[in-house]
Structures are given as C-alpha cells and as structure tokens.
Ligand binder design. Structure first.
Ligand SMILES: [Zn+2]
Length: 520
C-alpha cells in the first residue's frame, strides 16, 4: 500500500479541490494502485494467494478454516508455547501452566491477571530518528519541510553480541522515534515502523514495532531450540543474566515471528536443495501437536536438513520430495517411500531385527534370524572391504547365490505362524532390491544413522516440551530447526543468520538466501 491510514485520514473533498493538477495526477496514480491491491486482497483466499504451493503443507488444508477462527479469537500475542497436558508422573513439569490448569486451559492471560507490558526500566542507550523520505501525495523531498512533529515512538531491546575486543552479551534499549513532516503542498507525511505483509496461515506479525530486536530474538531461539529451555526457563535466564523482564507470551511471539521469518528459506530454498541432493536420508518419529498424534519428519543430505511436522502420509512425502527424486533415498520401510526409485534401506536395522528373531523361543524364527544375519553380515563385510581395497568386481555376482537362498527363505516364511518372522520376511520381500543396492554401489551408506542422528536432539526437545501447541507453533519450530541444523552443517552461525533474516523480513523484504558455506 502506498498511502497509509494516516495519509488517508487527511484526504477529503476539500483537500482534493485545493490540489494542483500534477499533484492530483500523482495522487490518483497512488489511489489507483492501492485500490487495485485492495481488491486483489479482498478476492484472496488460501487457494489463490501468492504463497508458493510448497509452503502450504497438505495436512493444513483441512484444518485451515478451523485454525483461522481459533487464532483470531485468541490472538497471536497469546502465550501458546506450552502444552497444557498434565506432565507424566515422575517428570518435572516445565510448563508455565499451574498444576491445576486442567485440560481445557486456553492460552493467554487469565482474566484478572496482570498484563504483559514492559515492566523493567532499562536506561535508553540511544535514540534513532526516522523521517519520511518524501511527500506521500506529491512526492516532493521533505528534507527542508516547513513543519515537523514527532508522530510516534517505541522502544526496542536488542543485544550486542560478543565481537572483537568485547566478550559477553550486552542488552541495550533504543528509542525509535518516528517523525511527521508537512510538505509545501500542505500534506503531513509520517515515517512508520516497517512491517512484513500478510502471509497465509501466519497470525504472528513481522514488525519493527516489536519490543525484541533481531539479536535478542535470535538468542531466544538459541535458548529454546538449541538449549531446549522451556518458555519459563528462558524468562528466568533473561531476567537473571540480562536484567530483562519478558513475558512467556512475548517469548513465544519472538519464536513464532522468527519461525515465520525463516519459513520461506526452508520451504523454498532448502526444500529444493534437499530434492536435488545425490543422497538423502529420511526418517520420522512421533510428535504431539496439542495432544494430536503427528510425526516429526527429517530429510537430511550432506549439506541440508529439513524438518516437517505432519501426518505420516504419502501426501506429506510428495509435498516435501516431489513426485520424482533423482538421487538416492535412504529410508525405513514405510510403504509411501516405495513410489521413489533409487531407494536404499538401512542394513543395521535389519540386522537388529534378525538378532531379535535369533533370541526367539520359536525354532522357525531362530533359523530364519540366523540365516538373515549371516547374509547381512557377509554383505556388510564385503562392502567395507570394497571401500578399502581396489574397485570391486562382481560383488553382486559373488553374493547372488546367498541372496537367492535368502529370497527363497523369505518366500517360505511369508506366511509363517510366528508374527515377527512373517513380518520380517514380508518386509524383505516388499523392498527386496533396496537392501542390496550397496553391492553395486559400495560407496553408498549401509545405515540410516544420519537421519537418526538429526532427529535425536529434537526427540529430547519433545520430551521436555510435550510437543507443540498449534500448527503455527509446529511450522515455526520446524522452520527454525531446519535453519539451525543446516547452518551447522555449513559451518555458519544460525543466530546471526536468523537475526539477519528477521531484519529483512520485518522491513517487508524477502529473506536473504542461506549461504552455501561459511566464507571465512
Ligand atoms: Zn506534497
């Protein structure tokens, strides 16, 4: 929008009557552009909005309407970072909710509770003055404006991170002052804090009006996602070590805003890089979103990691990976992966299951487990040897006989009485070729450890936080987790990058791309 509410409030019939033709023409163009934009916005719904298709996860489609109503009612500023589910017995609750909060606790301020305003009285370290660049009506420069006045002011608390010659963190408070100037044409134009435009499914705003500056938001992200602190603990840390009094709701708003800021980086850039990688590891683990069972998915290559929270479904896989993958995909046996060519399966998983069968009380299971273990161990040993020595010749042919014998055994056990034997035989048959690809490509990994390792940190986070509270929280969480892990893989500081992205996005600009690798 070119004209602000403040500009429009000054326009009326008498005002227009007093304008010269060039000014009137310039103003008409602005009004026309704004009117067109307003019409387009009115006609916008999630099915035709400008968001890229990849940024809308398929599982959100059904619940979008319901979420919209709910979030409008409870407002983005409400503290919704904590699960209200009662803690498991014997586990210390990290929730902000009092123990008698009950299941139906709504997020946000209790009636009668004190508000979440700024309670501390930090000294003002600096003032920053903002002036309008030109007249909103006639476009004339305002540097020599006849009249000026202060239009608005607010405070931003930010951090000066450690740098050359300085250690430790320093919190500073900056007073941001916005001025209005009166042009020769008579119009008052005022500078205003920048805001990111609306984006579907996000209720948290990207705004320079927010109390926490970009580096403080980045620190809160580090405390929450990397140090896995609850909102309550973050609050305690900020108060004890920086003298800052931020409410749990403000902390939650920072996390959601940072998540929203980096989401396009993940949903556009990182997803595309994951799809284009030569070798991708995928895995999933259960996740709770407001008590609902979902899955935390990870897709990780040598240089990029993307997390998603959603259903365990083919739709989700397609939304992340697309319908065709050119590189290798290492995954577990979930059926939806079978749509992809060039798949690999983790041999150590299979080995574990084979060992399990060997310990069975059923003779049939023991026999099958032993045969399977022998076969896998032989294949793994051959692959290790091939990686050390000269390029192997005919590794597949060397093992053909043993594999054929195992295949016959699987067919024979596909209807076995013993449930685990039957299940394992069928799992092998379903994915038969994918287990033995390493015989043709010994350079490929034997295990899915990379994906399991990528999930481990967040599995502990899940235990502490009991999952996420709503779809916005889940999306913010996975966007930040993806950026943090990818930065670490590339030798970059996730915190400086998150602060940088937030700075751009609060000004309504696109997020800078995540660099390929550290430059120093
Ligand atoms: Zn003017």
């Amino acid at each position: 929008m070119q004209l602000s509410r403040h500009d429009l409030s000054q326009l009326d019939e008498a005002y227009l009557a007093g304008l010269q033709e060039p000014s009137l023409r310039a103003l008409s163009l602005k009004l026309l552009a704004d009117l067109k934009e307003a019409h387009e916005r009115l006609a916008q719904d999630p099915s035709n909005s400008s968001r890229p298709p990849s940024s809308r996860a398929p599982w959100e489609a059904a619940q979008a309407g319901e979420e919209q109503g709910k979030t409008l009612a409870q407002s983005a500023e409400a503290g919704d970072g904590q699960e209200a589910t009662p803690p498991e017995p014997g586990v210390e609750s990290e929730s902000d909710a009092p123990s008698d909060a009950g299941e139906a606790r709504r997020p946000g301020r209790r009636p009668g509770a004190p508000g979440h305003g700024r309670t501390q009285c930090l000294a003002v370290h600096a003032e920053r003055h903002h002036h309008p660049p030109g007249c909103a009506i006639c476009g004339r420069s305002l540097s020599a404006a006849a009249e000026t006045r202060t239009a608005s002011a607010h405070y931003v608390i930010d951090l000066i991170p450690p740098g050359p010659g300085r250690t430790g963190l320093e919190a500073i408070q900056v007073k941001q002052v916005y001025h209005a100037h009166r042009c020769g044409c008579g119009h008052w134009t005022q500078a205003e804090p920048a805001e990111g435009g609306e984006e579907a499914d996000w209720t948290v705003r990207l705004s320079e009006r927010h109390l926490a500056g970009p580096m403080l938001v980045a620190l809160i992200c580090a405390l929450s996602l990397r140090m896995r602190l609850s909102r309550r603990r973050i609050r305690e840390f900020l108060a004890d070590w920086l003298g800052l009094s931020l409410s749990a709701a403000s902390i939650n708003q920072c996390l959601h805003e940072a998540g929203r800021a980096v989401a396009p980086v993940v949903e556009e850039q990182l997803l595309a890089e994951v799809r284009a990688s030569d070798l991708l590891h995928a895995d999933e683990t259960s996740w709770k979103e407001h008590g609902k069972l979902l899955w935390l998915w990870v897709f990780t290559s040598a240089t990029t990691t993307v997390f998603m929270i959603g259903r365990r479904s083919q739709e989700l896989l397609h939304s992340v990976l697309g319908s065709v993958l050119h590189g290798w995909l290492m995954s577990d046996g979930y059926w939806a992966y079978r749509d992809y060519d060039n798949r690999l399966r983790c041999l150590t998983h299979l080995l574990r299951k084979a060992r399990g069968l060997e310990e069975s009380l059923e003779a049939e299971a023991r026999g099958f487990g032993r045969a399977l273990r022998g076969c896998i161990e032989a294949v793994m040993a051959a692959v290790y040897a091939a990686r050390e020595g000269p390029p192997p010749k005919g590794l597949r042919a060397q093992h053909a006989e043993a594999l054929n014998a195992l295949l016959a055994l699987c067919l024979q056990h596909a209807e076995a009485k013993h449930a685990k034997t039957r299940a394992l035989a069928r799992e092998l048959l379903n994915d038969w070729d994918t287990f033995w690809v390493v015989l043709d490509h010994p350079e490929l990994p034997l295990t899915n450890n990379a994906a399991e390792r990528a999930l481990r940190h967040w599995v502990i986070a899940r235990r502490i936080s009991y999952g996420t509270r709503n779809s916005q929280g889940s999306r913010a969480f996975t966007a930040l987790a993806s950026v943090i892990d990818t930065c670490h893989q590339r030798g970059l500081s996730p915190w400086e990058y998150i602060a940088e992205v937030l700075r751009h996005r609060r000004q309504g600009n696109p997020a800078p791309a995540l660099p390929a690798a550290a430059t120093v």
